[in-house]
Design a protein around this ligand. Structure first.
Ligand SMILES: N[C@@H](CCC(=O)N[C@@H](CS)C(=O)NCC(=O)O)C(=O)O
Length: 210
């Protein structure tokens, strides 16, 4: 078995969280290298694209969270083997990555500028993507996005909607998902209750979910 080392922020969320849950589901040992935000300054210069997460496989560093989710997801039984279902899964992973980019654009702003940008986000891209994702959930049958079972697409969506409902983003109402795409709140509860996800969080006694 190769040696795996996953480097990401010390938060129970974000781009690495589906990868961590998939490793745990697969029963594969990995080094969960959690870095602080101050440490990131040093770590980023040692990464190919100045960003995390990165996964080292026997010392060779690989980036891109969706690619990593797919890779570990396949080992965990969390990725479809059927090509069309895999495409459905990938569409959701890509859409969520787009949404994260729109959210990240508002980071670092302050005061009225932040308020304005977040209101635009809520009325614009955030609503568009939440509605679109709910639509993709309906296409998948209403419970999961693809393959009629939990895949890494469900994990990434769950991590993102949980974060949106947590109130961590100023000027983003905590009920935004409920108002715009209530099916995604039910989905979040379904994934949170999945025995594999619950088993992972049982290993994290005091997890902080952003
Ligand atoms: N496409 C990359 C994006 C990675 C990315 O932007 N990660 C953020 C943290 S979640 C980062 O490291 N940003 C660099 C920075 O803020 O300087 C992926 O999906 O892994």
């Amino acid at each position: 078995m190769p040696k795996y080392k996953l480097t990401y922020f010390d938060i129970d969320g974000g781009r690495a969280e589906p990868i961590r849950i998939a490793f745990h589901t697969a029963g594969i040992d990995f080094e969960d290298n959690r870095i602080s935000f101050p440490e990131f300054g040093q770590v980023r210069s040692g990464t190919r694209f100045n960003s995390v997460p990165v996964l080292e496989i026997d010392g060779a560093q690989i980036s891109q969270s969706n690619a990593l989710s797919r890779y570990v997801g396949k080992m965990a039984g969390l990725y479809p083997s059927n090509d069309l279902q895999a495409l459905y899964c990938d569409e959701v992973l890509g859409a969520l990555e787009d949404l994260i980019h729109y959210i990240v654009r508002t980071f670092g702003l302050e005061g009225e500028e932040l308020q304005h940008a977040r209101r635009q986000l809520v009325d614009g891209w955030l609503s568009i993507y939440l509605r679109g994702l709910e639509d993709l959930l309906v296409r998948g049958g209403g419970e999961y996005f693809a393959d009629n079972r939990m895949t890494v697409a469900d994990l990434k969506a769950f991590v993102q909607t949980r974060s949106l409902c947590s109130g961590i983003l100023d000027y983003v109402p905590v009920d935004i998902v409920q108002r715009v795409a209530p099916g995604l709140v039910e989905h979040q509860e379904r994934i949170s209750a999945d025995s594999r996800v619950a088993a992972y969080y049982a290993t994290r006694s005091q997890h902080v979910t952003p």
